[in-house]
Design a protein around this ligand. Structure first.
Ligand SMILES: NC(=O)c1ccc[n+]([C@@H]2O[C@H](COP(=O)([O-])OP(=O)(O)OC[C@H]3O[C@@H](n4cnc5c(N)ncnc54)[C@H](OP(=O)(O)O)[C@@H]3O)[C@@H](O)[C@H]2O)c1
Length: 267
């Protein structure tokens, strides 16, 4: 049974793999047998993740890439194919976790909008577009996108992140309906609040788990097993769906919108 979770011989490309959730998922997939290509803008963090993958006995390369630039995305896959000859799984994990802060719509500049949407959505689209034909020629592949609970709800003064992540959910569905016939399986992970470098700006202000049914925020390492599962053949019939990993947050409508988070109910 457990052999169905094995990633032996698989090549996985993960964007945003130098830090936070991406690093945890990369190392977990290496432990399950995968070779990794790790991409993000800063070379230092992706080199460190590559070293962690190698320490697990797997191969790894780190390719500095800004996913908002389609020529850099093409370079990422050129280097991947030159090194490994194939891509079995693409993880679109790069994102900005509310990087621009919370500002009213009239203060959102064109640059703010494009940075948020391009990082959280366009980059994933570029990566899917760059590798689709390769996957089709090989008879298939897997694409796993990383959205957020904000892909399913609004947030006060939270335009680029919520719209970008909602777009990532729709990208997942559109890839599925367009490319399943070629053997490409596409799924999506929607994490809840998991403190990382990316959430640093709000780690001191967001609730520490009081409003999450399970009573705590998530740990980055909790993303690893889900990543392995979605990259492996165990999940081959799961397609076009979003897997929420949030301690039950969305189930109860957990939403740090900036309003009173909870109104006592007499029910
Ligand atoms: N942590 C949470 O609570 C949470 C909740 C829901 C969803 N998520 C999603 O989970 C993913 C990982 O987030 P995280 O919490 O692990 O934050 P993180 O540590 O900041 O990771 C985000 C990664 O994306 C990379 N990145 C940012 N812009 C990029 C660009 N233009 N091109 C390439 N890479 C870029 C960053 O590396 P560089 O700066 O080196 O480029 C960084 O390694 C994100 O998509 C985020 O939206 C996180």
């Amino acid at each position: 049974m457990l052999e169905k979770l094995s990633l032996d011989g698989k090549t996985v490309v993960i964007t945003g793999g130098g830090t936070g959730l991406g690093r945890e998922m990369a190392v977990a997939m290496a432990r399950a047998g995968a070779d990794l290509v790790i991409a993000s803008r800063r070379q230092g963090p992706i080199d460190e993740t590559a070293d962690l993958v190698k320490a697990e006995g797997r191969k790894a390369i780190a390719v500095s890439t800004d996913v908002t630039d389609s020529s850099q995305v093409r370079n990422l896959f050129d280097k991947t194919l030159a090194e490994f000859g194939k891509v079995d799984v693409l993880f679109n994990n790069a994102g900005i976790v509310r990087g621009q802060g919370s500002i009213p719509i009239w203060e959102v500049s064109d640059e703010d909008w494009h940075l948020g949407i391009d990082t959280n959505l366009t980059g994933a689209f570029y990566c899917c577009r760059a590798i689709a034909q390769h996957m089709i020629e090989r008879g298939g592949g897997k694409i796993v996108n990383v959205a957020s609970g904000f892909g399913f709800r609004g947030g006060r003064d939270n335009y680029m992140y919520a719209c970008g992540k909602g777009g990532v959910v729709q990208l997942t569905r559109t890839i599925t309906t367009s490319m399943s016939r070629y053997g490409i399986i596409c799924t999506c992970i929607a994490p809840g609040y998991i403190p990382t470098e990316g959430t640093a700006a709000s780690n001191d202000t967001l609730p520490r788990g009081e409003f999450i049914p399970i009573g705590r925020v998530g740990y980055p390492h909790e993303m690893g097993p889900l990543a392995v599962f979605l990259a492996s053949e165990s999940s081959d019939y799961m397609n076009g769906e979003v897997f929420v990993i949030d301690g039950g947050g969305l189930a109860g409508g957990f939403a740090p919108t900036g309003y009173a988070p909870e109104i006592p109910l007499e029910v």
